[in-house]
Design a binder for this molecule. Structure first.
Ligand SMILES: Cc1cc2nc3c(=O)[nH]c(=O)nc-3n(C[C@H](O)[C@H](O)[C@H](O)COP(=O)(O)OP(=O)(O)OC[C@H]3O[C@@H](n4cnc5c(N)ncnc54)[C@H](O)[C@@H]3O)c2cc1C
Length: 447
């Protein structure tokens, strides 16, 4: 199912003139694996510093989650700041807020400087509830304390009454593929080049090998299980989107915090309605698109469905992305993952933090996002519950008699009737009904 962005944007052409020059023997300063928003931004900022960068992409540019996002560029990451202040303290939470606000500004400057036509718009972002307002009042207070221009309100333009909302001013939205089309134009990207393993400073694909001083893994879900143990430190969650016509205009971006809460944003003449979130592998009864369409008809009786799609993202155990060294034992290897459905600002942050780390500059946010951090207080409960689900899936896969088993680690796959896919509840790999790989961490088809 094609996203609205894909319908509106032609395939992104690679820089063919430079590709002919790429040979296995060439030495690169940096190889970036994955040409999603994170990989492309990381490569863009490193190349700007004069680094010789090559991107290796298994499929095509922006063919992963980045073409299926809702593309809100915001520091409003659900109910975040009140919890972060409790989990990691006021200074840590302030850094998180500043980093994400800085990422929004960086987009604005870059888009203006390069004159990128990508429907970039500055808008307010709202979290809303139909229930208890106390959590939102606390969130508004926490965000303001941390320096975000935020306030509590009961007035929104949504087509139903809310009991409360938190507004963050000066947020933004854009068309992700139009943006990526522009900034990838001068990068060297080898498409249809799947990386199978990394051996020291060599990146091994299905039929070639490339060398670089440093390697950045931007494959959405990390490519290697070990070292790093990312499969223990995050899980994947999936959500669904409809693009609708005939709904009128919404001038802000909205995100419901209640169970079954909905996400709204305008994209030109269309309204994007999102929701139906669940852990990947836990949608055996289906009905997610039907639910969204029923809500759409309830609120906008004249609406028509123009596109439908779904996507998933990595949810880190402590609610903070992993950006930095892949592990303590691999000084040449870097990672950007765990964007928790807020990968627009997180990809920009990853690009700026990794540019600084790889070019020897100091970055004020590097330690907060360091994959080597130990936030036991924030993450232990989620870590244990993720482990319990994975162990259950593994036991079911190995001891039971499931018809389908994931090639990643052997967990039992479950059927997702909305996408007609086999999904893994342990780590989130997905396969179409013929067994072809749709989403990593698995690297091969299911046969
Ligand atoms: C429904 C939904 C809505 C969202 N809405 C928002 C939003 O409004 N705002 C926001 O900030 N974030 C949002 N997000 C999150 C955001 O879309 C993601 O975090 C972001 O797109 C991830 O980008 P990425 O580059 O890490 O991954 P991807 O775009 O998936 O890129 C990874 C690339 O790596 C390639 N790859 C994988 N394995 C290999 C390999 N072995 N060799 C070579 N290449 C490989 C893939 O083919 C892919 O192209 C949303 C997420 C979901 C699920």
């Amino acid at each position: 199912m094609e996203s609205l962005w894909r319908k509106q944007t032609n395939n992104i052409p690679t820089n063919k003139s430079t590709l002919t020059a790429i040979s296995d023997n060439q030495a690169y300063d940096i190889i970036v694996i994955g040409a999603g928003l994170a990989g492309i931004l990381i490569a863009f900022y490193l190349q700007e510093q004069g680094k010789k960068v090559l991107i290796l992409e298994a499929d095509e540019i922006a063919s992963g989650q980045s073409e299926r996002t809702t593309a809100k560029i915001t520091s409003q990451h659900g109910l975040k700041y009140d919890k972060l202040m409790k989990d990691i303290g006021v200074e840590g939470a302030r850094l998180y807020a500043r980093a994400n606000e800085a990422a929004i500004k960086e987009y604005e400057q870059l888009i203006e400087q390069l004159d990128i036509d990508c429907q970039f718009e500055k808008l307010p972002a709202y979290l809303y509830t139909l229930l208890e307002t106390e959590p939102l009042k606390r969130e508004a207070q926490a965000a303001s304390t941390l320096g975000i221009d935020a306030y509590f309100t009961q007035e929104t333009e949504l087509p139903f009454p809310v009991t409360g909302a938190v507004c963050f001013r000066n947020q933004a939205q854009f068309s992700p593929l139009k943006f990526m089309q522009h900034i990838s134009a001068k990068l060297q990207i080898l498409e249809h080049t799947k990386v199978i393993k990394i051996k020291g400073n060599r990146v091994i694909t299905e039929d070639r090998a490339f060398g670089a001083d440093k390697i950045v893994v931007a494959t959405h879900y990390p490519l290697l299980n070990l070292p790093g143990f990312y499969f223990l430190r995050q899980h994947q969650e999936r959500s669904y989107c409809l693009a609708l016509s005939g709904c009128g205009n919404i001038n802000g971006m909205y995100y419901g915090i209640d169970q079954d809460g909905l996400s709204f944003r305008q994209a030109g003449d269309y309204l994007i309605l999102g929701g139906g979130s669940h852990r990947t592998g836990e949608n055996t009864s289906g009905g997610k698109y039907d639910y969204l369409f029923q809500k759409a008809k309830q609120y906008f009786p004249d609406c028509r469905e123009e596109a439908r799609w779904s996507a998933q993202d990595c949810m880190p155990h402590d609610g903070i992305p992993f950006i930095g060294k892949y592990s303590l034992f691999t000084p040449h290897l870097y990672i950007a993952t765990g964007f928790q459905k807020w990968g627009m600002t997180s990809s920009m942050l990853a690009a700026l933090i990794l540019r600084d780390e790889l070019c020897g500059f100091t970055n004020p946010y590097a330690s907060l996002f360091s994959p080597q951090r130990l936030n036991f207080r924030a993450g232990l409960k989620n870590l244990l519950s993720d482990m319990a689900i994975s162990i259950k899936g593994l036991l079911k896969g190995w001891l039971g008699k499931p018809s389908k088993r994931c090639p990643h680690m052997g967990c039992a796959l479950t059927w997702n009737p909305d996408e007609e896919s086999w999904d893994c509840p342990c780590h989130g790999s997905r396969f179409d009904k013929s067994g072809n790989l749709l989403d990593n961490p698995a690297k091969i088809d299911k046969r």
